[in-house]
Design a protein around this ligand. Structure first.
Ligand SMILES: [Zn+2]
Length: 154
């Protein structure tokens, strides 16, 4: 592995090697498992953060943060479709703000949602997953957590 490459993980199926965009932000799926976002919660005041923090900016507590897995289902707060993308990203794709039950709002690429206007609705349930979001200079897929329209039945 070259030193300038991001972390590479081994997979037991599909591709032997995967390049991960933000490896510290989530528990990476093995085989057919789903990813889980790694948040942190303040034991003092209960506030939850993502990405993880070591100090609570609400109550200033600095020794009471614990890592917690975040909910895998959230609500699509708003989205846009990106047609002019940064280098490596392949347009068009949807980019949205997802609200988790913990009260967190996080930006994410939304996948499996074309045609966008027909599949994406403000307020719909979305589900955390894992997908290729871009290509690096070597032409390899770069993976990250993403959200997709929820497939569970309510
Ligand atoms: Zn706190």
């Amino acid at each position: 592995m070259k030193k300038d490459q991001p972390v590479v993980m081994e997979e037991t199926h599909e591709k032997a090697l995967r390049i991960i965009f933000n490896p510290e932000m989530f528990v990476q799926p093995l085989s057919l498992e789903k990813p889980v976002l790694r948040g942190s919660r303040c034991r003092e005041c209960g506030r939850t953060y993502f990405p993880k923090r070591t100090i609570c900016t609400d109550c200033r507590s600095d020794e009471n943060m614990e890592e917690v897995p975040l909910s895998r289902y959230g609500q699509l707060y708003c989205y846009t479709v990106v047609y002019a993308a940064p280098e490596g990203f392949i347009p068009p794709y949807a980019f949205g703000l997802v609200v988790l039950p913990e009260g967190l709002r996080l930006f994410s690429i939304i996948q499996d949602c074309e045609p966008f206007d027909a599949r994406l609705k403000i307020g719909m349930e979305v589900e955390l997953d894992f997908g290729a979001i871009a290509r690096n200079e070597a032409g390899q897929d770069v993976y990250n957590y993403v959200f997709k329209p929820s497939r569970r039945r309510e």
